[in-house]
Design a protein around this ligand. Structure first.
Ligand code: MG
Length: 379
C-alpha cells in the first residue's frame, strides 16, 4: 500500500494540523518491514456514500462521515475506522482532533491493550467513534501479530452466528419494494418506524414477504400508551422485538412498557457504555451493542458477557460502516442473540473485502485479525 498517498489523502489542512501523530507516522511511512518498536497512527477522512437515503424518525441523509485509521507496529498494519452519524455528535473534525491529540508512540508493547485503550479513553470524554477506531485497528493489529482471527482468540464458533437483518427505512412504496427485492438474500428484515405512515410501511412489506421483522422505532413514539399499542399491533405481524420505542430519557415509561409488551424491548440510543448494562436491567429486555458507541471491541465484549450474565438479550448492531468495522463486530457475533450487521451493504463505496455472506449470515474470514484487506484501487 502507498502510505504517502494514504496520508496525502487526508488533506493538507489535516496534515498541517497533525502534530504528535503525523510526525511519527511520516517517520516510518515508507517501509512495511521497518521495526519501529512503537505504535504509529495514521488516518484520513472517508465519506460513506449510501445506496439509498436513510430516513429515520428524526432525520434523513445520503452520506455518513467517516475516518479510516491505520495502526502500525514493526511493519504490521491494523485497520480501523470511525463512522459518525450526525445524531451521535461526532464529526470528521472532532475525530481528527481527538486522534491528533493521542500519543500512541509512547507504547512499545502493543499487547498492553488494556493500558493503551484506558489511555485513549482518558484523553477526553465522549469521542466514542474516535476511540472505537483505535480499538478496532489495535484488535486487527494484534490478531495479525498472533496469526489468528478474534473469534478464535475468544474461543467462539462461527456455527453460533445468527442471520443478520437488513434495514429498510420508510420511503415511497416503490422504493420500499425495490429494497425488499435487494434484500432477498436476508432472512430477517429490520424496519425503521417511528415516522408518519409507519403502519403502512409494515403493510407494504407484508404484501411481498412474510420474513420475520425487527422493528426499530428510533425513539419515534411519544407516549408509553402509543408504544404499547404499536407493540401489540406488531406482535401479530411476525415481529421479533422492538428497539428503542420511546425517547431515551423515558426510563420509567419504558419499564412500564416492558412489563406489558408482548414483544421484547431493546435499548439502542439509551445504551452507550458498560455501566448502562446494569442501569437498564429491568428497564429493557436487551441491549444493542454497536462498536461506535461502546468505544470498540474491548468494551463490547465485556458488555455482552455482563448482559448475558444478567439474563438480558444481546443484539449486535452497526452504523453505516465499511467491511472493516463490520468485520470487527462480526468477530463477536457468535456471542449474541440477534445480529444487525448490514452497514457495509448499505454503502456504495466499501473500501474493504474479506467478509462472506452465507445463508443470510455475515461470516468473518478465517484470517488473522479482522480478516479484511483493502480492495484494490481503494488504497
Ligand atoms: Mg437503532
Amino acid at each position: 500500500m502507498d502510505r504517502r498517498k494514504f496520508l496525502l489523502g487526508s488533506g493538507a489542512a489535516l496534515i498541517a494540523s497533525s502534530s504528535l501523530v503525523s510526525l511519527s507516522a511520516f517517520g516510518c511511512s515508507t517501509k512495511k518491514t521497518e521495526k519501529s518498536g512503537h505504535l504509529v497512527l495514521r488516518f484520513k477522512p472517508y465519506e460513506l456514500k449510501l445506496k439509498h437515503a436513510f430516513n429515520l424518525a428524526k432525520s434523513s441523509r445520503t452520506t455518513t462521515p467517516g475516518v479510516q485509521v491505520e495502526l502500525e507496529y514493526d511493519g504490521i498494519v491494523g485497520y480501523g475506522e470511525a463512522s459518525m452519524p450526525p445524531y451521535l455528535g461526532e464529526s470528521v473534525e472532532s475525530v481528527t482532533t481527538f486522534l491528533n491529540s493521542l500519543d500512541l508512540a509512547q507504547f512499545t508493547d502493543p499487547f498492553r491493550m488494556d493500558e493503551i485503550l484506558s489511555y485513549v479513553d482518558s484523553v477526553a470524554p465522549n469521542n466514542r467513534a474516535a476511540k472505537a477506531s483505535i480499538d478496532i485497528a489495535l484488535h486487527d493489529l494484534l490478531g495479525k501479530i498472533m496469526g489468528q482471527p478474534w473469534y478464535k482468540i475468544w474461543g467462539l464458533s462461527l456455527e453460533n452466528i445468527h442471520p443478520t437483518s437488513f434495514t429498510i427505512s420508510n420511503d415511497t412504496p416503490e422504493v420500499v419494494q425495490q429494497k425488499i427485492k435487494e434484500s432477498e438474500a436476508f432472512k430477517v428484515l429490520k424496519v425503521k418506524m417511528g415516522v408518519p405512515g409507519d403502519k403502512e410501511l409494515i403493510e407494504t412489506i407484508r404484501k411481498s414477504t412474510d420474513r420475520p421483522l425487527c422493528v426499530d422505532a428510533n425513539q419515534g413514539w411519544d407516549t408509553k400508551e402509543e408504544a404499547l399499542e404499536m407493540c401489540n399491533w406488531l406482535a401479530d405481524k411476525n415481529c421479533l422485538f422492538v428497539e428503542q420505542p420511546l425517547p431515551k430519557e423515558m426510563i420509567d415509561e419504558t419499564a412500564w412498557l416492558r412489563e406489558r409488551s408482548p414483544l421484547p424491548i431493546f435499548a439502542d440510543e439509551a445504551f452507550q457504555r458498560l455501566p448502562d448494562v446494569i442501569k437498564f436491567k429491568g428497564v429493557y429486555d436487551g441491549i444493542n451493542i454497536k462498536l461506535m458507541k461502546s468505544t470498540g471491541l474491548h468494551e463490547a465484549y465485556k458488555m455482552a458477557v455482563l448482559a448475558k450474565s444478567l439474563g438480558m438479550k444481546v443484539m449486535l448492531g452497526c452504523m453505516t460502516e465499511t467491511s472493516c468495522a463490520i468485520a470487527a463486530a462480526a468477530q463477536l457475533s457468535p456471542m449474541v442473540d440477534f445480529t444487525d450487521l448490514d452497514g457495509n451493504v448499505l454503502i456504495a463505496n466499501d473500501r474493504f473485502e474479506g467478509l462472506s455472506f452465507i445463508d443470510g449470515k455475515v461470516i468473518p474470514a478465517d484470517k488473522p485479525g479482522l480478516g479484511v484487506s483493502i480492495i484494490k484501487g481503494k488504497e
